[in-house]
Design a protein around this ligand. Structure first.
Ligand code: NDP
Length: 294
């Protein structure tokens, strides 16, 4: 039987680790959890029947999974665990990390006989709860097959290429989310200023070629509703846009629209607050246009 250890029970990690706990119960395996703030691990045990343990115990698991804010926190956890790690184990990092950091982490863990895969996810907290996340894996094909049975939170698993490519695809996906959301916000703010009803405009756009996930879901549910529920922090989206531009730079690519997007989200994170929901970036567009998108 397999022992998994999930480290980082945040907005994403908590429900993701819940699926691992359910899978362990079904197969007779064990699901360990660890979180920096211990009360979340305790709550996880109560909710899902997982086993809250200390860091050193996590190192003994067959499969370790992390979901932390950035690669910097993954580095910290690797440093804390390194001395205790078991050769032959697998480390699946579901953080939206940095491709270069991921390749360095892979190298560092390989020296301990541990295989590191970048395995970021998309689908949001609702996808994490439903167990329908898309996982984009960077690594060797055989390693990906080794990881596949342990991704109980996934609805779709795609091997996108070698080490670091999962992180690269995730960063580009999220800068596209950022660009789509911002562009839709500008368009709707201008329509609102011209006296058009925003709900009517969204109805048209969502039946037309200008639609996106931002127009179909995010803006109606979070912006027009004025709710801006915090499920994915604005600071994390700005971080992802920064990684995307590092990917652009690393290949000397030309992506001026994506560069603009990074600048806009850095400004929004500064002015609106990095702890706000990512959709609250549109509050800055509202200020720029002295008009609510509602
Ligand atoms: P949260 O802020 O909700 O959770 C962050 C987690 O990391 C918490 O468990 C936190 O512990 C832990 N943590 C923070 N700093 C440290 C540290 N120095 N050492 C150890 N643990 C630490 O983030 P999310 O769950 O929203 O995001 C996690 C990752 O998933 C990010 O890379 C994000 O970009 C990505 N992501 C997020 C999505 C979303 O919709 N929210 C969707 C897809 C990907 P503590 O409880 O102690 O603070």
């Amino acid at each position: 039987t397999t022992t998994t250890a999930f480290l980082g029970l945040g907005a994403m990690g908590f429900p993701m680790a819940g699926h691992l706990a359910r899978a362990a119960q079904a197969t007779g395996g064990r699901a360990l959890v660890w979180n920096r703030s211990a009360h979340k691990a305790q709550a996880h045990t109560e909710q899902y029947g997982s086993q809250a343990v200390d860091l050193a115990r996590c190192a003994q698991a067959d499969v370790l999974l992390t979901c932390l804010p950035t690669s910097a926190q993954v580095d910290e956890v690797i440093a804390a665990l390194e001395a205790h790690l078991r050769p032959g184990s697998l480390w699946v990092d579901c953080t939206s990390g940095h491709p270069e950091a991921g390749r360095a982490q892979r190298q560092r863990l390989a020296e301990r006989g541990v295989t590191f895969l970048d395995a970021p996810v998309s689908g949001g907290t609702s996808g994490a709860e439903a167990g329908t996340l898309t996982v984009m894996l960077g690594g060797e094909a055989a390693e990906v097959e080794q990881a596949r049975p342990h991704l109980a939170f996934a609805g779709k698993v795609v091997h996108v290429g070698g080490p670091g490519t999962g992180f690269a695809v995730k960063a580009i996906n999220n800068v596209l989310l950022a660009a789509n959301l911002w562009a839709a916000g500008e368009g709707l703010a201008v329509l609102a200023r011209s006296g058009v009803n925003v709900a009517a405009a969204l109805e048209v756009i969502n039946a037309s070629s200008g639609r996106s996930n931002a127009s179909e879901n995010l803006i109606g549910q979070r912006v027009v509703s004025r709710e801006f529920p915090v499920t994915f922090a604005l600071g994390l989206l700005a971080k992802d846009a920064g990684i995307a531009l590092d990917v652009v730079e690393s290949v000397k690519g030309s992506a001026p629209l994506l560069a603009q997007t990074l600048g806009l989200y850095r400004a929004a994170a500064q002015m609106i607050g990095e702890g706000e929901d990512h959709t609250a970036a549109l509050r800055l567009i509202e200020q720029m246009n002295a008009r609510e998108i509602a």
